[in-house]
Write a protein that binds this ligand. Structure first.
Ligand code: 5GP
Ligand code: ZN
Length: 141
């Protein structure tokens, strides 16, 4: 994936402010941060979507996030964090190399919760929820 910016950062072909390194995962500061300490946690291997990552990479990714969150909060004196993935272009993914955003949050910072990312809320009754739950269950089998 020669053209991928995050592959190039992982290979040290492009600079970054790296804050974490493990066998399968690195983390570095977002170049255009939403808040002080906004960090991207990135698998070294190129996978476009989370569901394309091997299970071992997904585990390493979440392990890195769990380790990084308290360190980032302490470093920038944050009150909280939002943690999220833009998983696909319709969800706002701009870099086609899957990554987790850790965005520090501060009391009164004017930001919104993760509930604010989607469009209009659908009007669903209990039968609708039952059918959707069943469909998801079928796809897991
Ligand atoms: P996405 O929409 O793909 O989830 O977010 C991509 C993120 O990568 C954006 O927040 C953007 O600021 C960040 N980004 C884009 N290019 C670079 C880069 O070259 N270096 C770093 N450190 N971050 C980048
Ligand atoms: Zn890549």
């Amino acid at each position: 994936m020669g053209e991928c910016i995050f592959c190039q950062i992982a290979a040290d072909e492009l600079p970054s402010h790296r804050v974490y390194e493990a066998e399968d995962v690195i983390a570095f500061l977002d170049v255009n941060p939403l808040a002080n300490g906004h960090t991207l946690v990135v698998p070294r291997e190129h996978h476009e979507r989370l569901q394309e990552c091997p299970e071992s990479t997904a585990i390493a990714l979440w392990s890195a996030v769990t380790e990084l969150v308290p360190a980032i909060e302490a470093a920038v004196d944050a009150d909280a964090t939002n943690i999220g993935i833009n998983n696909g272009s319709a969800a706002g993914q701009e870099i086609s190399h899957s990554h987790v955003h850790i965005v520090p949050r501060f009391e009164g910072d004017g930001g919104r919760p993760i509930h604010a990312v989607a469009g209009r809320r659908p009007d669903l009754d209990d039968d609708d929820l039952e059918a959707i739950g069943e469909a998801i269950n079928q796809h897991l089998k």
